[in-house]
Design a protein around this ligand. Sequence first.
Ligand code: GDP
Ligand code: MG
Length: 437
Amino acid sequence: ALTEKLDAIFKKLKGRGILKEEDVDAALKEIRIALLEADVNFKVVKSFIERVRQKAIGKEILESLSPAQQVIKIVYDELCELLGGTTAKINLSPNPPTIFMMVGLHGSGKTTTSAKLARIFKKQGRRPMLVAADLQRPAAIDQLVTLGKQIDIPVFHSYEIKDPRQVCREALKKALIDRMDPVIVDTAGRMHVDEELMTELKDIKEILNPHEILFVADAMTGQDAVNIAKSFNEKIGITGVILTKMDGDARGGAALSIKEVTGKPIKLIGTGEKLDALEEFYPDRMANRILGMGDVLTLIEQAQKAYDEKEAEKLKKKIEKEEFTFEDLRDQIRKMRKMGPLENILSMLPGAHKILKDIKIDEREFVKVEAIINSMTPEERRNPKILNASRRIRIAKGSGTTVTDVNRLIKQFNEMKKLMKKMKHGKGFKLPKIFPF
Ligand code: GDP
Ligand code: MG
């Protein structure tokens, strides 16, 4: 329905070339409603819409997109950006044990999520320990102990110690002796934020000195979650957010609001009651959900693909005419890097940390190559033949690399061009997907 409305608004606009203020405003009115319906906090909606407006007005309309799609694309890109761009990683301490402190209101899913998280670490070959520091009710301890048994992970707990601070101290000692890592501490929640709870959590934070304070929020609570997250962040300081109950029909507005209000990334999402239902958070998927228009985005993707194909055709022509330059190379690298760091996507997979080292090197290689190209003058990028020794020294200095790096890149670039030339003369010309460096 949203697209139809937008299409109607933009019908008159076809062929006008750029997005005009009144057209953008009309479209944003509909987007605003969609966001509010998705339970995004109204203040967040307001500032968000203003930002999109600034970006959209006067923007050229991609040939392959309708104006409506173009506005949605800007909204979508901005949403992804706001939700954190790429997937945020869980911080692990180089000096074990890494300590996680799980905080949040009663019923948000702290205990369940603690167990889920421990399960993932165990699958990765680590030795996680759970700590029952919620002493509000004996049942809270029982719940964690039961979960720990299910996944065969030790739960530090005591029915005698009455102060959660003391439980944490003892748990830390035990973790060090038994070489457990990471340590995941389940803390108490209340129905509402109150001073007593905050003081308790502040003390626990001081004792634990945690590497991650993860705020667990129920995605279904919508608007409330925003204020709660804000006050937890102000009073305790959180390092990230876990949104639970995303398997329900919450549209995900809370995700956007919490990110906007706390500035802290959403790191994981809970997608069910079972202990394997913990997933990485993907900003783009959440943006889809918030906008509630997967079909439109598929359309946009197709249009984008058509656009990319056109670009590829252009690139092919360049190669045929032997006009491929460093600028084209940089474009290709940027396109590849836009897909996000591979290591983030892999980091949650069991055993992945073993191979992550190699992938990181690749990533750094791209950064380096881009830096070198950035340090070239446009003339040098277009005509690498002029890259003499003194220019190479200047480029190395400017890009924070070495002359060897610069030389290697130029050599690889020349080899690549040779390869392209060969392909050009061969039958069945195919564009190399990833360039061979
Ligand atoms: P706590 O009070 O913050 O420790 O919350 P609990 O971990 O006890 O969870 C409260 C309820 O929410 C339990 O019934 C959980 O099974 C349920 N729960 C937690 N996370 C999820 C989730 O991601 N999806 C669903 N459907 N239920 C969840
Ligand atoms: Mg609990």
